[in-house]
Ligand binder design. Structure first.
Ligand code: ADP
Length: 396
């Protein structure tokens, strides 16, 4: 069996796959670790349980996971040895990690050197690996990076026009995120089209709370909308997306804000929430916009306009576009967003069937109109499966 771990600062998601990855045997989410209202959801044997209990730290969370898998009424394994490998999600691999890798001592050292790039996320990912080494000794661990897929970007796409020294000495460059999702979805889209991924130029729109638009040419990421950090590109739930950095100097020098206040504005108070003034949740923004709320309608328009512009620029960067792929919470579920994004892309050959777009949830992944030059697809993402696939490949 293969276990996948996605460890955040206050959450732990896990999934246990059968050896051939055909079946999900058990899965769970432990949330609000170290906070009030901590809980654990566990699913196995086609049953689901939710338990509210104090969960003081990651160590306790891993104990609960191990207990759920091995000792509870939901137990699915008798001995940890039944797990042949564990795959971990890591947010930032810097430019050290260009692909998934088996965990060794030197990999752990290199992982620690990447903490400076993702101080909020990487420590939790590292802690997750250490917990597994402690609780499941002798079982190989594999680490899969959100940034690795984008390491194929050419220099003109990943180097900012800042003093070169900042790039060379301090690693200031575009890294990109959501790479595991984009890689999975790009391959799945090629499979759906029954064409080799190597022959396709596609734009993957990962539209969740965080948003990545990714240019994938020949199966490789050649440009991506997130950068050094995670607030540039498209406006998101609470993040601004692209805006003129001169505004930051203005906020600090003219309005007297501290750098922490500006950071909070960029990451937590902008995007759908900042413009609408009501919510970072696309469902609510859409609903209120439909009821006539002007600020919600504007937040939605800004969101889709950013995406449309990015798709156009990536079609130019790749000198063509064969497929446009929507994924993640908004991409998979919002017919409105898909319709609005595609409405301005006729010039590129994107043309969707509005009727099919509405019924995607009934299983129509290809929403292109009959006369479209570009295939437009809705592909559910599955980062856990991608992590498991890499884990199996590396362990065998
Ligand atoms: P995360 O980045 O946290 O993994 P998700 O991929 O789960 O995020 O996406 C969360 C987003 O998806 C939220 O903005 C949510 O409102 C949106 N979403 C989920 N279902 C729908 C829906 N039916 N219509 C519109 N938006 C939706």
């Amino acid at each position: 069996m293969i276990l996948t771990i996605n460890c955040g600062s206050s959450s732990l998601k896990y999934r246990l796959f059968s050896k051939d990855l055909d079946k999900v045997i058990a899965s769970g989410l432990i949330a609000r670790i170290g906070e009030e209202g901590a809980y654990c959801e566990h699913q196995a044997h086609e049953r689901r349980a939710q338990l509210h209990q104090p969960i003081p730290d990651q160590d306790a969370a891993f104990d609960i996971m191990a207990d759920n898998l091995m000792h509870s009424e939901f137990a699915v394994i008798e001995n940890p040895r039944e797990i042949s490998a564990i795959g971990h999600r890591a947010v930032h691999g810097g430019d050290v990690f260009v692909e998934s890798t088996l965990v060794t001592e030197s990999v752990m050292e290199q992982l620690n050197s990447c903490i400076r790039f993702a101080p909020l996320h990487n420590p939790a990912n590292i802690a997750g690996i250490e917990e597994c080494q402690k609780k499941f000794p002798g079982i190989p661990n594999v680490v899969v990076f959100d940034t690795a897929f984008h390491q194929t970007m050419p220099p003109e796409a990943h180097i900012y026009a800042l003093p070169y020294d900042l790039y060379e000495r301090h690693g200031v460059r575009r890294y990109g995120f959501h790479g595991t999702s984009c890689r999975y979805v790009a391959q799945a889209a090629a499979d759906m089209l029954n064409r080799p991924v190597e022959d396709l130029s596609m734009v993957v729109c990962h539209l969740g709370n965080g948003v990545t638009i990714d240019a994938v040419k020949g199966g490789k990421s050649v440009d991506t909308s997130l950068g050094f950090g995670t607030f540039c590109g498209i406006s998101m739930g609470t993040r601004a997306g692209d805006f003129d950095p001169a505004i930051i100097f203005h906020l600090v020098k003219e309005l007297g804000m501290s750098i922490e206040e500006v950071e909070a504005i960029c990451y937590k108070k902008s995007g759908l929430l900042g413009v609408s003034g009501v919510s970072n949740d696309m469902r609510e923004v859409e609903q209120r916009a439909a009821e006539g709320d002007k600020r919600c309608a504007l937040a939605l328009e800004i969101f889709v306009y950013h995406i449309r512009k990015m798709i156009g620029s990536y079609a130019a960067a790749m000198n063509g576009l064969d497929a446009l792929v929507f994924t993640a919470g908004i991409g998979e579920n919002s017919a409105t967003v898909r319709s609005k994004v595609c409405a301005g892309l006729g010039v590129l050959g994107v043309h969707i069937d509005e009727g099919i777009n509405e019924i995607v949830r009934d299983g129509h992944p290809n929403i292109s109109a009959a006369d479209a030059r570009v295939a437009t697809l809705v592909v559910p993402t599955d980062e856990e499966r991608m992590i498991a696939i890499d884990t199996v490949a590396l362990v065998h």
